[in-house]
Design a protein around this ligand. Structure first.
Ligand code: NAD
Ligand code: K
Ligand code: MN
Length: 348
């Protein structure tokens, strides 16, 4: 029986409800599919910040390095400076561990009504560049107190950064329906994103068996709503991918349905699996959050670890659960967070 060392970081808000729910499903699946998880909990996040003045201890990253993967919820709390969650935790882990792929699948859940009028099924993956682009913390300036105050954020796109995410997207497309749509805005961000387009086209030429097209972010957003079935692999930048994947959650029916992985494909460092959404302080502490995005993140973790049969088994159990009408409040149902996890376990 393979044993995996998993760092568990609930974070803040609903993380304390959906991460334990997701973990229970992963542990139950382990019994059925023959793996075990050796877990250790870490209290990093905004709650930790309130006690210690930082989101994680100095040796926080060093501690996480020893694990096969990180199973994470979300960080951020009302009353804590909301520029800190990304800067002091998420972006820090993603960049330090070279988790340059943010893998965010979008599909129709059986038994869940999409807000879209069309009933044509869709099934695609947003591949978001996860370490550079618009989220770099280099060369930024905040000068609010000058007479002519200003704020400047810098975007950086490097050849290395673009090439590696593009290769990942094209290789992923080869295992799917062989189509990559790369999302850009090079008609107005004429330096950074023209370079992005140019390097992606060079990489695309190495995959003649994969169809490739380019779409502007404004059109891509509209197309997510009007014709999501045209997408297979959506390759995009850090900021655009952040926004598009929430839209992906919305067209599935709720943000709470979106699973994600921050992946270091080379496995030089642990990868981190967390839902697409945040800590949802508006519904925290009520046992009503939807745990399916967290559970799906766990499924992506199992796939990354090579437990493909278990991953498929959990997704099938999730499908039986939603088909059976066990739905949380965000989907119009009455099932509680822990009840949904138990229903998924019963359906395994
Ligand atoms: P959010 O994603 O937390 O919530 C947006 C809306 O979606 C809310 O109405 C919430 O109730 C709902 N929602 C989210 N997850 C849900 C679930 N599982 N079930 C049911 N409903 C769900 O976004 P926000 O309100 O903009 O941000 C809240 C906090 O989370 C902020 O501090 C923000 O910085 C942080 N955040 C963290 C991450 C992360 O850790 N990766 C990501 C996004 C936001
Ligand atoms: K999250
Ligand atoms: Mn986001």
């Amino acid at each position: 029986m393979t044993n995996y060392k998993i760092a568990v970081i609930p974070g803040d808000g609903i993380g304390h409800e959906i991460v334990p729910a997701g973990l229970e499903v992963l542990l139950a699946a382990g019994k059925k599919y023959g793996y075990s998880l050796d877990t250790e909990n870490f209290s990093y996040g905004a709650g930790y910040y309130l006690k210690h003045g930082k989101f994680m201890p100095e040796d926080g990253l060093e501690k996480l390095k020893a694990f096969d993967a990180v199973f994470f919820g979300s960080v951020g709390l009302p009353g804590v400076d909301d520029t800190l969650p990304a800067k002091d935790y998420t972006f820090k882990v993603r960049t330090s561990f070279q988790q340059y792929v943010n893998y965010r699948p979008v599909r129709v859940y059986p038994g869940v009504t999409s807000p879209l009028r069309s009933t044509t099924p869709f099934d695609f993956v947003v591949v978001r560049e996860n370490t550079e682009g618009e989220f770099v913390q280099i060369g930024n300036q905040y000068l609010p107190d000058e007479e002519n105050g200003m704020g400047v954020d810098t975007s950086i796109f490097t050849r290395k950064g673009i090439e590696r995410i593009a290769h990942y997207a094209f290789q992923l497309a080869r295992k799917r329906r062989k189509k990559v749509t790369h999302v850009t805005k090079s008609n107005t961000l004429i330096n950074s994103l023209s370079y992005w387009d140019r390097v992606i086209k060079e990489v695309a030429a190495q995959y003649p068996d994969v169809a490739h097209d380019q779409m502007y972010i404004d059109n891509a957003s509209a197309s997510f709503v009007l014709k999501p079935e045209v997408f297979d692999v959506v390759l995009t930048t850090n900021l655009f991918g952040d926004i598009l994947s929430d839209l992906g959650g919305a067209i599935m029916g709720s943000l709470g349905l979106g699973g994600a992985g921050n992946i270091n494909p080379e496995k030089d460092f642990p990868s981190m699996f967390e839902p697409i959404h945040g800590s949802a302080p508006d519904i925290a502490g009520q046992n009503i959050a939807n745990p399916l995005g967290q559970i799906w993140s766990g499924v992506l973790m199992l796939e990354h670890l090579g437990e493909h049969e278990a991953a498929a088994g959990i997704m099938a159990a999730v499908d039986r659960t939603t088909t059976g009408g066990v739905l949380s409040a965000d989907l119009g149902g009455t099932a509680k967070t822990d009840e949904i996890a138990q229903a998924v376990i019963a359906n395994l």
